[in-house]
Design a protein around this ligand. Structure first.
Ligand code: SF4
Length: 225
């Protein structure tokens, strides 16, 4: 029996907007006004990162069964109450893995030898880029849905969803072959600036563009993670 088809979506750097405000947030300076030197370094690092980045996402849409203690995706079983809550009333879900590419990773690593300050900024740029890639991917998938909404993206390691599930998730997506993304023995993704996640498709869902509950003002949202 064949499983769901894995698709690959690629984006050019011009399609992924890395916002300086998000980089500042990952630098732990969110809400503060950066000095001129920091602003310039952020802009430079965004430019350098974009030249090296290769944005790719592999993904599938699975028919799911939400059970009492977990969710059956057919291709794997996700245990825990957090995922049960997140996917309540959903019959389908998107499973995806997204990466900013190996070249951007190598560029970051080389920078550690040259300038640690710049390497720290590049690292934050990489995190912002991976999130921006997910945001773009999610809004593209949302645009294809008729009368249905995506739930916020939910990654292994959130709530009580085991981090180990990343292994099955990336395996079923064949992420190594499809987009060059693999998992180390210690469950670290390479390239590091990558994300793996699940998003339910339901009658109700996330209404925010960014799907980022920690920075969302909708305090009474039913789907807040
Ligand atoms: S709290 Fe905001 S980001 Fe989170 S699910 Fe609700 S609308 Fe989406």
């Amino acid at each position: 029996m064949s499983g769901p088809v894995v698709l690959v979506t690629q984006y050019g750097a011009e399609e992924i907007a890395i916002e300086p405000a998000q980089v500042l947030r990952y630098l732990g300076m969110g809400g503060r006004q950066p000095d001129q030197q920091t602003s310039r370094m952020i802009e430079d690092c965004i430019g350098e990162f974009q030249k090296a980045a290769a944005y790719k996402v592999c993904w599938l849409t699975a028919e799911i069964t939400v059970q009492q203690d977990g969710v059956d995706f057919g291709v794997f079983y996700a245990p825990g109450q957090s995922i049960v809550r997140s996917l309540k009333d959903c019959r389908r879900a998107i499973v995806f893995a997204a990466t900013t590419g190996l070249q951007a990773e190598q560029q970051m690593k080389r920078q550690w030898v040259v300038s640690k300050a710049k390497a720290v900024v590049l690292d934050a740029v990489g995190t912002a880029a991976a999130e921006a890639l997910c945001d773009r991917f999610c809004s593209d998938r949302q645009a294809e849905l008729v009368e249905q909404r995506l739930r916020p993206r939910f990654s292994p390691g959130y709530g009580d969803l085991p981090l180990q599930l990343q292994k099955e998730l990336l395996n079923c997506l064949d992420s190594h072959r499809k987009i060059g993304l693999f998992l180390s023995e210690g469950l670290l993704m390479t390239p590091q600036k990558s994300v793996s996640a699940i998003m339910g498709i339901g009658g109700q869902g996330c209404d925010a563009l960014r799907h980022d509950c920690q920075n969302c003002e909708k305090r009474d949202c039913l789907f807040r993670l």
